[in-house]
Design a protein around this ligand. Structure first.
Ligand code: PMP
Length: 361
C-alpha cells in the first residue's frame, strides 16, 4: 500500500491509524452484526458514539460546562446563515472582521438575513495579513463580532483574539480547530466543518455558550434553530452517523498523541520545515502571507513564473504529492498541513522544494 503525501485543503488527510481502525470495525461494529451506518441513530451503541464525540471535544478543547457541543449538518456554510438568523438582535447588527474569502462568504450570508457592519478589514493589504487587535472596532449595536481564525485560501491565521467585552465573539475555526489550545471561554460560538482537522466531511461542530442558544426568533424553522439541537442532543433528525463516528476516532487519536498542545507543537515543527524552505530559497519561493500572520495550517506560496508553478505541480504529482495547487481563486501553491498530515510528508515536501529549486533556480 502506498499513501500519498496528502496536502489537500479539505477533505484532507485522516490519520492512517484511524482509517485502519474504521476498516476493522467497518462490517461489524462492536459485535452488533452490522456497520455503524446500518444502525439506528436511536440505538444505545450510536448514542455512545454521539456522546463520546462530544465529551472528547469537551476534554481536548477545554470546553466549559456552560457551553453546548452540537454536531450538525450543512457544513460551515450553513453556519454562515444560521448564526445571523439566530443571533442578530432587533436593532442590532452582525459585525464582521474581513480577512479574505471565507470571512467574505460569512458576511454575504449575514447580509441576506440582517444588518451587518465591517469591524476591520485587511483588504488594503490584499488580505495577506490578519488585523492587529487595535484595528478592530466593535460598534455599539453589534449583536456579535465574527472572525475567521484561519483563512484557508489566503493562508493567514490569527495568533491572538480581540477582547469584545459583552459582545459575543464568534469564530469560524473550520480550518484550525484543535490545532492549538484556545481559551474557549473568550468565545460565544465556535464552529467548524469536520473535514480538515476532525475527520471526514458531513458533520459540523458548533460550540455555543448556553445563553446564546436561547431566545432565537420564533419564526426560524426548527432545523435552523440552535435550541432545537441543544434540546435533542444533536439527534433531532437523522445525524451523519458515520462521519460522527469517524470524528470520535480522530479525537481519540488526538488524545492518544498527547492532546491539543502536542498538536500545536507538531504543527509548528511541520510548518517550520516548509516555511524555512521558502525563506531560505533566496526568493525562488515567495511566501504569500505576511510573516506575523502565517498560518500553521495552510502554507501559501508562489514561484516567480506561472510556468514554473505549473511545472512544480506536475512534477510534485509525479512524486506522490497531492493537493499543492493553490485555490482556483488565487492561483499559486498551497500546502495544507492539518493535524493528521505526518511530519514525514512535510520533510519530503521540503526536500522536493529544494531539489526543484536546484533544477530550475
Ligand atoms: N470556512 C472556512 C474557513 C473554510 O475553510 C471552509 C471550507 N473550505 C468553509 C468555511 C466552508 O465549509 P463547508 O464546506 O463545510 O461549508
Amino acid at each position: 500500500m502506498t499513501r500519498a503525501f496528502n496536502f489537500n485543503a479539505g477533505p484532507a488527510a485522516i490519520p492512517l491509524e484511524v482509517l485502519k481502525q474504521a476498516q476493522e470495525q467497518f462490517v461489524d461494529y462492536k459485535g452488533a452484526g452490522m456497520s455503524i451506518m446500518e444502525m439506528s441513530h436511536r440505538s444505545a451503541l450510536y448514542e455512545q458514539v454521539n456522546n463520546e464525540a462530544q465529551s472528547l471535544l469537551r476534554e481536548l478543547f477545554g470546553i466549559p460546562d456552560n457551553y453546548h457541543v452540537l454536531l450538525l449538518q450543512g457544513g460551515a456554510s450553513t453556519q454562515f446563515a444560521m448564526l445571523p438568523l439566530n443571533l442578530i438582535r432587533p436593532g442590532g447588527a452582525g459585525a464582521y472582521v474581513m480577512t479574505g474569502a471565507w470571512a467574505d462568504k460569512a458576511l454575504k450570508e449575514a447580509k441576506l438575513v440582517g444588518d451587518t457592519v465591517i469591524a476591520a478589514s485587511t483588504e488594503a493589504d490584499k488580505f495577506m495579513r490578519m488585523p492587529d487587535m487595535s484595528e478592530i472596532v466593535v460598534p455599539d449595536n453589534a449583536s456579535y463580532l465574527h472572525l475567521t481564525s484561519n483563512e484557508t485560501i489566503g493562508g493567514t491565521q490569527f495568533t491572538e483574539f480581540p477582547n469584545t467585552g459583552n459582545v459575543p465573539l464568534i469564530a469560524d475555526m473550520s480550518s484550525d480547530i484543535l490545532s492549538r489550545p484556545i481559551d474557549v471561554s473568550n468565545f460565544g460560538v465556535i464552529y467548524a466543518g469536520a473535514q480538515k482537522n476532525l475527520g471526514p466531511s458531513g458533520v459540523t461542530v458548533v460550540i455555543i455558550r448556553d445563553d446564546l442558544a436561547k431566545d432565537s426568533p420564533k419564526t426560524i424553522p426548527s432545523m435552523f434553530r440552535y435550541d432545537t439541537h441543544v434540546k435533542t442532543n444533536s439527534l433531532y433528525n437523522t445525524p451523519p452517523s458515520f462521519s460522527v463516528y469517524m470524528v470520535s476516532l480522530v479525537l481519540q487519536w488526538i488524545k492518544a498523541k498527547g492532546g491539543v498542545a502536542q498538536m500545536e507543537q507538531y504543527n509548528r515543527d511541520k510548518t517550520k520545515l516548509i516555511y524555512d524552505a521558502i525563506d531560505q530559497s533566496g526568493g525562488f519561493y515567495l511566501g504569500c502571507a505576511q510573516p506575523q500572520s502565517r498560518s500553521l495550517m495552510n502554507i501559501t506560496f508562489r514561484i516567480h513564473s506561472e510556468e514554473l508553478e505549473k511545472q512544480f505541480i506536475k512534477e510534485s504529482e509525479q512524486e506522490g504529492f497531492i493537493g499543492l495547487k493553490g485555490h482556483r481563486d488565487v492561483g499559486g501553491l498551497r500546502a495544507s498541513t492539518y493535524n493528521a498530515v505526518p511530519l514525514e510528508s512535510c520533510q519530503a515536501l521540503a526536500q522536493f522544494m529544494a531539489d526543484f529549486q536546484k533544477r530550475n533556480g
